[in-house]
Design a protein around this ligand. Sequence first.
Ligand SMILES: Cc1cc2nc3c(=O)[nH]c(=O)nc-3n(C[C@H](O)[C@H](O)[C@H](O)COP(=O)(O)O)c2cc1C
Length: 303
Amino acid sequence: MGDYNSQVIMSRVIVVFFAPQELCVFFVVILEGVVKIVEYPYDKWYKAIQVRQSWRQYDGRAVDTDLLLDLSRFLESLNNVYNGVRVILVQESPEDVFKGVIGSYGKIAGAPCYAAFIGNMDDPNVQEKTGYVGELFVLEAASKGLGTCWIAGFFRPETVKKHIELESNEKILSVTPVGYVSKELKSWDKRLMSFLARSRKRKLLVELYNGLEQRKWPQWVKEALECARMAPSAVNRQPWRFYIETNAIAVSVGSTLLEGGVSKRLDCGIAMSHIEIGAGAQGRTGSWEYLASPEVARFKVNS
Ligand SMILES: Cc1cc2nc3c(=O)[nH]c(=O)nc-3n(C[C@H](O)[C@H](O)[C@H](O)COP(=O)(O)O)c2cc1C
């Protein structure tokens, strides 16, 4: 999980109950002064991976107060997964945050609030860490029946900065609307539906992996890769490639060209969270090691 190092002796263990109605328990340890969640609700997030999709139209209803409280508590733990990466939930309408019609996607409208994904740019792994942490927020929101949509290029950071104070080395890498999804699609949205259906298409697994042949994959590898394939990415480019070993999956970017101004390592961080959840749902936990470009990171399961 994260950069959790099992060699380090745990100095303190705290048990945090932050969503008692879901019987959701997180164990948080303090390692070298950094608080980390070391047990994820894998099954809940595994289900969220199956239902999550990007939503751009919301019904304008305010998010239920208890749900907002749950999400805020969740963020208290999530924001300790990595030093220098944080997710801030802003309870303001994001209408001015998004730049009107976004490329070929259409307008983001009707969301009552939004979240900002912020990274410390001094960290060489800031993109993948932000993708990883941001996606855990997205999946937690999906598990609570809330829609989201990663927006990395087409938003106004200057508007977000009116709501959030940043440290000098911090940057807003992405934002997402948060709200109840609109069930009544307007005609504009209907026209977009065929585009969106196409945009949900995923590359075939055979195009994405190298290493151990498929018939030798343990079940956790199969699940982890299926989950990774379903991860969202900017313009659905799915830049990730996987190298498979019996006890590990390494993630790299297929091409290091910067396309559309959004780092592919951000997308890869999102896929990393899906890999870990897929493995976790099969009862396999492990740890990540960061690698030099064009590789991103390697997830090794505990024996
Ligand atoms: C880093 C990132 C940036 C994205 N930027 C935008 C965006 O600017 N506008 C938009 O409408 N969708 C954006 N998306 C959503 C993708 O288009 C979407 O994830 C992809 O088409 C797959 O569809 P799905 O999320 O419904 O599975 C972004 C997704 C990611 C991960």
